[in-house]
Write a protein that binds this ligand. Structure first.
Ligand SMILES: Cc1cc2nc3c(=O)[nH]c(=O)nc-3n(C[C@H](O)[C@H](O)[C@H](O)COP(=O)(O)OP(=O)(O)OC[C@H]3O[C@@H](n4cnc5c(N)ncnc54)[C@H](O)[C@@H]3O)c2cc1C
Length: 301
């Protein structure tokens, strides 16, 4: 199989698409002397999966994983989930609220669940992780395995919101870790601790993004303290007051906004500034993106 960028190719001896935790246990017991590795959507750019001759466990149906082109997953989000993978590894299970903690909740998530599926759960249940990756087709196992992050100065990595990890160990035995110190080590495992089957996130009450992305001249979007360092192609004439205003705006966004993203692409004069804060009040709430916007963005990409 290939990864998403098609720069890594492996030839595992066998590839399994598990449907139950018991199946994973049986697999490990059946091959005690073989190296067994996992893959999710294989969006990772580096050589992070099985070596040639290993056994690969794929948490995405082989019909739909990464290298199928053209990739239209953003428009048909349930596409990778239709086939073999069963409910157990794709389940999202909310626990009852705990006494005295009305603003947080725990949710147990199977490793085959994608950020898009978790987003749909979050909207339906009004709980949410404060951070997530920008790729909606990856798997929870892949996110945990490579210690992924969202955005915003105040936030930690996604794994820092995990309160329990369940995995099948090298002997085919189901284990779970809840101790904070042990979790800290286990969640930096790069997929080498065993096969993770479920994790439990601590999530917060759903809030609403006050979003107004803008295109801004590069020099004013990420303003340099000394404009003489700006390359000629990106230089814009500005007064000292304008520059100072841009610096204050940039620093406020970077330090205080819930989500912060400055996107610049080669040969472009503008930066897309997409930083926002959140509010608890849902008044004026709108879905983002609409199916039409998603389609237009897919064409543009
Ligand atoms: C366009 C794009 C945007 C991205 N955006 C972000 C972003 O915003 N933030 C960010 O942090 N990253 C981002 N990434 C990186 C991406 O999120 C990671 O590469 C992530 O690991 C991909 O998940 P996956 O399901 O494809 O996992 P894979 O790439 O398939 O696997 C990653 C690792 O996890 C291990 N693994 C997978 N499942 C399990 C399991 N069940 N048990 C144990 N180990 C397991 C694998 O063995 C492998 O080592 C982006 C990548 C791209 C290409």
């Amino acid at each position: 199989p290939l990864n998403w960028q098609q720069n890594v190719q492996t030839r595992p001896a066998l590839t399994f698409v598990p449907s139950t935790v018991l199946g994973l246990q049986n697999l490990i017991k059946a091959y005690p002397h073989r190296r067994i590795r996992c893959s999710g959507y294989r969006l990772t750019r580096s050589d992070f999966f099985a070596e040639d001759g290993d056994i690969l466990v794929s948490f995405v149906s082989l019909h739909y994983v990464a290298s199928v082109l053209p990739e239209m997953i953003s428009m048909f989000s349930d596409r990778i989930n239709e086939a073999e993978l069963s409910g157990e590894l794709r389940s999202v299970q909310t626990f009852p609220p705990r006494a005295g903690q009305p603003d947080t909740q725990r949710v147990r998530v199977g490793v085959a669940v994608t950020p898009e599926e978790l987003r749909e759960w979050a909207i339906a249940d009004a709980w949410s992780l404060p951070v997530d990756v920008t790729a909606d087709e990856v798997t929870t196992g892949g996110i945990v395995g490579s210690m992924c992050h969202g955005s915003g100065f105040a936030h930690k990595s996604i794994n820092d919101y995990i309160r329990s990890v369940e995995y099948v160990d090298v002997n085919g035995v189901v284990q779970s870790i809840t101790d904070a110190k042990e979790l800290h080590a286990a969640l930096g495992c790069f997929g080498l601790m065993g096969i993770i089957t479920h994790i439990t996130y601590e999530v917060k009450k759903m809030t609403f993004a006050v979003m107004q992305p803008r295109k801004v001249k590069t020099m004013l979007a990420v303003p340099p303290p000394d404009p003489s360092h700006v390359p000629e192609a990106l230089f814009v004439e500005t007064s000292p007051d304008e520059l100072q205003e841009a610096i204050v705006d940039f620093e406020r966004r970077a330090a205080q906004d819930h989500y912060t993203e400055w996107s610049w692409f080669s040969y472009q004069s503008d930066v897309l500034v997409n930083t926002w804060s959140t509010v608890a009040d849902s008044e004026g709430e709108e879905d983002y993106t609409t199916p039409t916007q998603t389609f237009l963005q897919w064409i543009a990409a």
